[in-house]
Design a protein around this ligand. Sequence first.
Ligand SMILES: Cc1cc2nc3c(=O)[nH]c(=O)nc-3n(C[C@H](O)[C@H](O)[C@H](O)COP(=O)(O)O)c2cc1C
Length: 148
Amino acid sequence: MFELIYRSVALDKINSLEITKILNISREFNLKNNITGCLLFYKNEFVQILEGEQDVIEKLYAKIEKDTRHSNVILIAKNEKSERTFHNWVMAYHEITNDDISEISKLLFVNNFISLCEIAEKPTNATMLFWFISKQILKKDHEFKRIV
Ligand SMILES: Cc1cc2nc3c(=O)[nH]c(=O)nc-3n(C[C@H](O)[C@H](O)[C@H](O)COP(=O)(O)O)c2cc1C
């Protein structure tokens, strides 16, 4: 099993339609190619962990790197590991930038994700880095307050 983590900055004018397109293509391709992982998009930043066969992941990353919907793509880590961390996650995503969603639901989501970062199994340094960066992105602005 191989894992790769990167972070990037979304195109300024990215909209939820573009995000939905990315998710649809990812879910289909990743399912077919036995790729699991997690993609976090918040305040215009992406962080993604991809797990699967090395060659498949490296080829996918080469495509993602060239994708014009984001820039400043930085590779955080890539390494072999003994087992998957995100068994059932083809690509999890939760829309929290949508204005229809109340502030309290957004806060709850952010809090839950931060808790997940804190309790997740940490079998590799790379996975720890994924959770660390996720937390950094979610806590980026101080307008957010912990409510639990
Ligand atoms: C932040 C981000 C994450 C992406 N994650 C995936 C992914 O997990 N799986 C995938 O197939 N494509 C993903 N893509 C889309 C690829 O960059 C690319 O558009 C897609 O693989 C289709 O490429 P193709 O048209 O050359 O086949 C992602 C794009 C972005 C901007």
